[in-house]
Design a protein around this ligand. Structure first.
Ligand code: SF4
Length: 362
């Protein structure tokens, strides 16, 4: 299988690099091709959050404040900033009475309270699948459970979920912590998780927890969302045949970083994450016949197309899409925005022109 390598954080070249001529790359023995994983890219929660900011800018006019990155993608954030969105880290940075959008990752009740204190008009673009986990945390805490949240410290989603019941939730980041962490035992224990984790690693963590606490129960349904799971299944399918996997996604995108790990765990000889095609290092192509390509749930397809174009320049012109699931889920725009759009006689649908998804869920 050869050495496994990864580079999760690549510096963005500050000046355009002179690319190597394709003739300088060591050619593989086999035919060159691309396996393009599907599903990839935008999920329903990201699509809704980005459209919410776009529609807010159109309807109310700039500036529109956005707390944290609306979704974890540099290109999306930069594009919205150019159109008049102002990204802030904290609600306290938003002028009193202004309009602020909460990101897809969700916020804690404390953030809602701060916004109310400052008389902010809020548009809550929290993904409904994150809200589902918040509701679970509230319900289990109310019913007296000790809640073990599997997730990563510092991630905005985890901060938001923990804020719903801080006295009842213990964060478990990985199997090692599941083994060693001093967790208060209780008769009633439940695990829940961040929505964008590796399915396999989460189950490993949970199995260790179950050995320690046989009374531990599972959440009523999967917390790792459909989009995260589908993108991992697709990359697992292409990884065994890939000499190299390129994951398009940002360094702070949990599900994108997981895709690099999953590709390596399932047989890719090398896997790298890039924000943009310009970060692809042509040295990676030495002796490479098959390149797998995928993208995280916050990545617009145009960034994948750029990578495919670059690959074609290096002889990887044949592209086979490998699809493991169909997705047609769509979430309605945030309630506050729909109300204002409706009052102004504007369309409230979340459907982009030409979108082929059918199921809009309110
Ligand atoms: S990755 Fe999943 S939880 Fe996160 S925004 Fe997308 S659908 Fe929602």
């Amino acid at each position: 299988m050869g050495d496994v390598t990864t580079a999760v954080n690549l510096p963005v070249p500050s000046v355009p690099r002179v690319r190597k001529d394709p003739s300088e790359i060591r050619q593989p023995a086999g035919e060159k091709k691309v396996l393009l994983a599907a599903p990839r890219g935008y999920c329903a929660g990201v699509d809704r959050a980005v459209i919410a900011v776009e529609r807010a800018l159109e309807h109310y006019g700039a500036p529109i404040y956005v707390r944290k990155e609306i979704v974890h993608n540099r290109h999306v954030v930069d594009t919205l900033a150019e159109r008049g969105a102002i990204f802030v880290d904290e609600t306290s940075e938003v002028p009193e009475g202004a309009r602020v959008v909460f990101s897809a990752h969700g916020v804690s009740p404390q953030v809602h309270a701060e916004a109310a204190e400052r008389s902010l008009d809020t548009i809550d673009a929290t993904c409904p699948l994150v809200t589902k986990v918040h509701r679970e945390a509230i319900r289990f805490a109310r019913d007296g459970y000790s809640i073990l949240l599997v997730g990563h410290a510092g991630h905005e989603e985890v901060e938001g979920t923990m804020g719903e019941a801080p006295d009842h939730i213990t964060l478990i980041q990985n199997p090692e912590e599941a083994r060693t962490l001093d967790i208060p035992e209780s008769d009633k224990m439940v695990w829940i998780s961040q929505t964008t984790l590796s399915v396999d690693e989460t189950m490993e963590t949970v199995n260790i927890l179950k050995e320690r606490f046989p009374q531990l129960i599972a959440p009523p349904s999967d917390d790792i969302c459909y989009a995260t799971q589908n993108r991992q299944v697709a990359v697992k399918k292409i990884a065994p045949d890939a000499d190299l996997v390129i994951v398009v996604g940002s360094a702070n995108s949990s599900n994108s970083v997981r895709l690099v790990e999953v590709a390596l765990e399932h047989g890719a000889k090398a896997a790298y994450r890039v924000d943009f095609a310009r970060e692809v290092d042509e040295e990676w192509f030495n002796d490479v016949a098959t390149v797998g390509v995928t993208s995280g749930a916050s990545v617009p397809e145009t960034l994948v197309e750029d990578v495919i174009k670059l690959l074609a320049e290096y002889g990887y012109g044949e592209v086979d899409e490998v699809r493991t699931a169909e997705e047609d889920l769509m979430f309605s725009l945030p309630r506050e925005l729909r109300k204002d759009l409706k009052a102004a006689g504007q369309k409230t649908s979340n459907k982009r022109d030409g979108a082929d998804r059918q199921h809009e869920i309110v």
